[in-house]
Design a protein around this ligand. Structure first.
Ligand code: ASP
Length: 451
């Protein structure tokens, strides 16, 4: 069997869902389990409605929910099933939030779960209307997580057990099974979610549980590219990439995959393929467990924008121990994760993505050090397995960046990436320069020129 995951952009309209149905219909002999995201931008809208309600802006919140209902009824037509019923429930929930005026992670999950509950129901019905005998499974009965709402971690053994017990009999009696991504339940039976973009994770978990022959992630692009086409001219498609390389890319800004997605698939050695639902004939990108031999040193260059550098200086650091622990405890206390770190004898620089707690972090750090903040920075990361085997890469890289000021440098322990930070205003120039340096000559076994 195969797992086919369709993202929100592949399900943004009635026509898009019909396109998805025809893609699935052609693959019925491979026994597909179809994992769907919420339709279009539904999750964003649901979260907005919850925020508005909790802020006491009840009428605006209810209007937003009304618009979402209209969208689902229109694009789901005539297969909208229990849409009205689900929206009646959701409306109750939003009204309650407006009364209480408080939003907890648990309620956020309750609200955001409606996106995938609706989409899985509508997509299953649309499939049936298109002649596919599709069964719908409630993911909340299959995926068991801890109670860390909005970013819950699956309890794998139980989850695999449930999926293994429930899905094969459904597949035996039907052409395909449709289930929502992203949503799950805690052991206490409360609805949880796997974090934004979590449907890829669901697909990978289902694939691992069922030992799928392949996990297909259907999006609206032709797979992984050598760099972001909005920033770089002349990018190429990467035909095949290793799990390790893809994970580094996902972590440092490549949007195509949720970073944690790949772990269950890697553990079971299941190939993952990224495909374009708007161009199903395109070959996409294959992500495989083994190393991918390649003539090019670099497979792709990613970038992550809106980064803040926190420079921490203290003469007390000189020869002292426990200094880093003190620093990281502060980031931890403010629930802020650090992406990149570089240290010298008297200073530490750390980059953060989420600057919401910056003022509080700075105040705490200033109790024992001098802190300087640089906002609007970008991390650029070159990734490729050959980086670890090829001497002189750093030299080539920095020469290519000729004149662009580099703020921080780091090479991960995996040795297959090299990352550095530049000012946001320099990132485009840096990406283009590196792309020209590393991709002017292409290994045709690994790359394909984009048409
Ligand atoms: N609908 C969820 C989100 O937008 C999960 C997903 O699409 O992967 O984050």
């Amino acid at each position: 069997m195969i797992v086919m995951k369709f993202g929100g952009s592949s399900l943004a309209s009635s026509e898009a869902i019909r396109r998805v149905a025809s893609i699935v219909a052609e693959r019925l002999p491979r026994r597909p389990v179809v994992v769907v995201s919420a339709m279009g931008k539904t999750t964003d809208r649901l979260l907005e409605a919850a925020d508005l309600a909790a802020a006491g802006r009840r009428a605006e919140a209810l209007r937003l929910v009304g618009e979402l209902e209209e969208f689902h009824l229109r694009e789901g037509h005539p297969c909208s099933g229990r849409t009205e019923e689900l929206f009646a429930e959701l409306t109750e929930l939003i009204r309650g939030l407006a009364v209480i005026g408080e939003l907890t992670p648990r309620t956020i999950d309750a609200v955001s779960s409606y996106g995938e509950r609706l989409s899985s129901m509508i997509v299953a019905e649309k499939f049936r209307a298109a002649g596919i005998d599709a069964a719908q499974a409630d993911s909340r009965e299959l995926l068991v997580t801890d109670s860390r709402h909005t970013a819950a971690a699956p309890i794998f053994e139980e989850t695999y057990g449930r999926i293994g017990a429930r899905i094969p009999p459904l597949l035996a009696g039907h052409d395909a099974v449709v289930m929502g991504g992203f949503i799950a339940r805690s052991r206490q039976g409360v609805t949880t979610t796997l974090g934004r973009g979590g449907s890829d994770f669901t697909a990978s978990i289902v694939g691992a549980a069922l030992d799928a022959e392949e996990i297909q992630i259907w999006t609206d692009v032709d797979g992984m590219l050598t760099s972001d086409p909005r920033l770089v001219e002349g990018v190429h498609r990467v035909k095949v990439i290793s799990f390790d390389e893809a994970a580094e890319l996902a972590y440092f800004g490549a949007r195509v995959l949720h970073p944690a997605t790949l772990i269950p698939a890697i553990e079971k050695n299941i190939p993952v393929r990224i495909l374009n639902s708007y161009r199903p004939q395109a070959e996409g990108t294959r992500i495989v467990a083994e190393r991918v031999p390649c003539r090019n040193i670099v497979k792709a260059i990613s970038s992550k924008h809106g980064i803040t550098i926190v420079n921490i200086r203290s003469t007390r650091m000189l020869g002292a121990h426990g200094f880093l622990r003190r620093i990281f405890e502060i980031f931890d206390r403010h629930r802020t994760s650090v992406d990149m770190v570089s240290t010298s004898e008297v200073s530490v620089s750390a980059t953060i993505d989420d600057a919401r707690a910056l003022a509080a972090i700075k105040a705490d750090l200033e109790e024992f050090s001098t802190v300087e903040i640089e906002s609007d920075q970008a991390i650029v990361c070159v990734v490729g397995d050959n980086i670890r085997h090829t001497p002189g890469i750093a030299g080539r890289l920095f020469r290519a960046l000729n004149g662009i000021n580099i703020r921080m440098i780091s090479q991960g322990a995996s040795l297959l990436n090299m990352g550095f930070v530049v000012a946001g205003s320099d990132v485009k120039r840096a990406l283009q320069a590196l792309h020209t340096e590393f991709f002017s000559d292409l290994d045709p076994a690994v790359f394909d020129r984009l048409r």
